[in-house]
Design a protein around this ligand. Sequence first.
Ligand SMILES: Nc1ncnc2c1ncn2[C@@H]1O[C@H](COP(=O)(O)OP(=O)(O)OP(=O)(O)O)[C@@H](O)[C@H]1O
Ligand SMILES: [Mg+2]
Length: 249
Amino acid sequence: MKIIAITGKGGTGKTAVAGMLIRHLARRGKTLLAIDADPDSNLPDVLGVKIDKTIGDMREFMLQERDKMAPDTNKERLLESKIYEILTEMPEYDLLVMGRPEGSGCYCFANNLLRGIMDKILKNYDLTIIDTAAGLEHLSRRIIRDVDELLVVTDGSRRGLQTAERIRELAKSLNLNIKKMHVIANKVTPENRGQIEEYTKKLNMDLAGIIPFDENIAKFDLEGRPLSELPEESAALHGVGEIVKKMGL
Ligand SMILES: Nc1ncnc2c1ncn2[C@@H]1O[C@H](COP(=O)(O)OP(=O)(O)OP(=O)(O)O)[C@@H](O)[C@H]1O
Ligand SMILES: [Mg+2]
């Protein structure tokens, strides 16, 4: 069981990278779970999957029903069965969407249940890939506690790289259990490649790989087409394949 979380500054390409990673990994015969942990969820679109309900919806359900339940209801088992109901099963991977963040009520009860349930669910898979929103707050809510590999996606901008550095510090201060952290440079052009390599070296961060700027991705995005249809020979897809090899996934 390995948990990979993808983070980075807004708009650097986290979801696109997640989508392409899933496409590569799904073929390797491993059991794979994809989790969209961005409240502004768009991983299903990138994967070309329609989803109906989210974990957030199920958490709301539990809170609303809590007082009406018979005292002997096994709440953990009930929520677990609700999560399995909303799990989307694709031929090569399963998908869960976290959905909206908590409202103003007290969510400790539901979140505590969720933590245990997610721990259990993740154990069923060889690999879990989590696409996150910019920032680490969602991880700090600690529904998912342990991350084996944190991938920080940056674009060629100095701010993207500074965010990568900040995330490293934040991970330390939040006491998150992150085993390894790597940087992935995305939307790389021949012009900014040297600078990115130099800067990551200076920050002493492992550069897992470089994904070129790829016209196809921008085009697919505009046309609302999923990256699962991206041509096999696409430069970005190739870049992600190299990362998968380098990381030994
Ligand atoms: N390698 C690439 N080449 C060209 N365009 C790319 C590449 N990667 C991502 N993009 C484009 O950059 C934009 C942002 O990508 P994406 O939505 O994956 O970023 P994100 O980090 O997930 O954003 P958010 O922080 O909003 O979740 C999209 O329009 C996407 O099509
Ligand atoms: Mg995204």
